[in-house]
Design a protein around this ligand. Structure first.
Ligand code: TMP
Length: 213
């Protein structure tokens, strides 16, 4: 039996990742593909509890390195509870965010440095990187406007300054260059149905290639 494919969706806040990745998963499931949908931070019971601590707007005085370690801890639990067992059983995994989010948000947004954040995450992921990443590209201002319009409650990260979100954006630009072979860029400023269609076609192609290998 082939191992499943590990596909992640990445992008700044307001890029539409959750809408697009859930729609793509539902279509693939309806067509009979064995796909498990998940998200970070969270995705399994203990990891969701850590998510709650990280995103609670009350925790304004959380230290940047504590934040990075909590994301990594949540990721470890999620990986061992949900991602690795599925992949081992030949089930494809689609995750809304993974380690690239920590590189962009904690590495650049919080200015800890991409390499430092990568190193602490290695302890958590033991080399398990995604096979492919769909990157939904949108500028920081447009992304932020979308979430301010669309969300009833803003979490602790959503409430960060535009400068923070601009640094996250620059971080993603660096990650796109660093992992160019893994990254597939989709223009997220287009109409959502068009973005879903494009992402669906890409992911279906990847799963078909994996299953026929
Ligand atoms: P979400 O809005 O995609 O559910 O993610 C919650 C917030 O957490 C979002 O602002 C991005 C942020 N985040 C990080 O800062 N580092 C990470 O490693 C992950 C997975 C998310």
């Amino acid at each position: 039996m082939n191992k499943g494919l590990f596909i992640t969706f990445e992008g700044p806040d307001g890029s539409g990742k959750t809408t697009v990745s859930t729609a793509v998963t539902q279509r693939l499931e309806a067509e009979g593909y064995q796909v498990r949908y998940t998200r970070e931070p969270g995705g399994s019971n203990i990891a969701e509890e850590i998510r709650h601590i990280i995103l609670d707007p009350k925790n304004t005085d959380m230290d940047a390195r504590t934040e990075a370690l909590l994301y990594a801890a949540s990721r470890r639990q999620h990986l061992s509870d949900k991602v690795l067992p599925a992949l081992e059983n030949g089930i494809h995994v689609i995750s809304d965010r993974f380690v690239d989010s920590s590189l962009a948000y904690q590495g650049c947004g919080r200015q800890i440095g991409i390499d430092e954040v990568y190193n602490i995450n290695q302890f958590a992921i033991e080399g398990h990187m995604p096979d492919k990443t769909i990157f939904l590209q949108i500028d920081a201002e447009t992304g932020l406007k979308r979430i301010q319009k669309g969300r009833a409650v803003l979490d602790r990260l959503d409430q960060e300054s535009i400068e923070f979100h601009q640094r996250v954006h620059q971080g993603y630009e660096e990650i796109l260059k660093k992992y160019a072979d893994r990254m597939i860029i989709v223009d997220a400023t287009k109409d959502v149905d068009e973005v879903i269609e494009q992402a669906y076609t890409i992911v279906k192609g990847l799963l078909d290639a994996c299953e026929s290998a």
